[in-house]
Design a binder for this molecule. Structure first.
Ligand code: ATP
Ligand code: MG
Length: 225
C-alpha cells in the first residue's frame, strides 16, 4: 500500500532566549494509507509537537513532511488552511466542543462553515453521531453529556469534513477505563470503516497494545515497540 505521509530528517528545536531545546531529532517515518499508528512516550518527549508538525500548526526547524506527495512545510497560508480543514481531523484530550451549541450543531458546524448546505450538513452530522452511538443525545449541550459522550462527539466532529488523516492527542486522557475503551473502539472502527489513516499519541498503554503499529518517541526519535 502507498504511503500517505512521508517524513524525512525532521527536526524541531525550540528556542527560548538563549536556550535551544531539540525535541524532534532527525526523524524519518513513512505512514501507510489506511493504517493506524499509536505513539507513546514520556511526558515532554515531543508527542504533541510531532502531531502539531504533521497538522501544520508548527513549522519544522528542518526536514520535510510530505502528505500525499505534497510538502506541507512549504505550503502557503492559504494552502495550509485548506489542508487543515479538509485533510486533517483533530481529536484532543479536552474535547473543545462549543458550549453554546448542541452535539448536532458542534458536529455539523465545520461542514456548514465550509459552505455546505445547512440541511445536508445536519444530515451528515446526524449519521456520524449515530455511528458513535449518540443519536439519542443530539440535542444535548456539552455540559449535558458525560465525558465519554463528549469525546465521541469530538470524534464525530473530526470526521465531518471527511479528512483522510485523523490526528489524536491523548483522546482518552481524561476518561476512566470503561470510557477509554469505548472511545478507543469507536476511533479504531470508524477509521477502518471510513478508510482513514490514524496517528494517535497517548500514555494509555492498553490502547497502544491494541494498535496495528506502536512506536515510542525517545530522545526525539521514533522506535518500534
Ligand atoms: N512553544 C514551545 N516553546 C518552547 N518549548 C516548548 C514549546 N512547546 C513545547 N515545548 C517543550 O518541548 C518538549 C515537548 O513538548 P510536547 O508538548 O511535545 O511533549 P508531549 O510528549 O506531548 O508531553 P505530554 O505527554 O506531557 O503531553 C517539552 O519539554 C516542552 O517543554
Ligand atoms: Mg502532549
Amino acid at each position: 500500500m502507498s504511503n500517505i505521509i512521508e517524513i524525512q530528517s525532521l527536526n524541531k528545536t525550540y528556542k527560548t532566549g538563549r536556550e535551544q531545546l531539540p525535541v524532534i531529532i532527525d526523524l524519518t517515518l513513512n505512514v501507510k494509507k489506511n493504517s493506524v499508528l499509536v505513539i507513546t512516550g514520556n511526558s515532554g518527549s515531543g508527542k504533541s509537537t510531532f502531531l502539531n508538525l504533521v497538522s501544520g500548526l508548527e513549522v519544522p526547524t528542518s526536514g520535510n513532511i510530505y502528505v500525499n506527495n505534497k510538502r506541507i512545510d512549504k505550503m502557503s497560508e492559504g494552502e495550509l488552511s485548506l489542508y487543515r480543514r479538509y485533510s486533517i481531523g483533530l481529536v484532543f484530550q479536552f474535547h473543545y466542543l462549543l458550549n453554546d451549541f448542541t452535539a448536532l450543531e458542534n458536529v455539523m458546524l465545520p461542514l456548514y462553515m465550509a459552505g455546505t448546505d445547512k440541511k445536508v450538513a445536519r444530515e451528515h452530522a446526524y449519521l456520524l453521531l449515530q455511528e458513535v452511538g449518540l443519536e439519542d443525545r443530539i440535542s444535548h449541550f456539552p455540559q449535558e453529556l458525560s465525558g465519554g459522550e463528549r469525546q465521541r462527539v469530538a470524534v464525530a466532529r473530526a470526521l465531518i469534513n471527511n479528512p483522510e488523516i485523523i490526528l489524536a492527542d491523548e483522546p482518552t486522557g481524561n476518561l476512566d477505563e470503561k470510557n477509554s475503551r469505548t472511545v478507543e473502539n469507536m476511533l479504531f472502527s470508524l477509521v477502518e470503516k471510513h478508510a482513514k489513516t490514524l496517528i494517535l499519541v497517548t500514555h494509555d498503554t492498553t490502547l497502544a497494545s491494541h494498535a496495528e503499529h506502536h512506536m515510542e518517541l525517545v530522545n526525539g526519535e521514533l522506535h518500534d515497540v
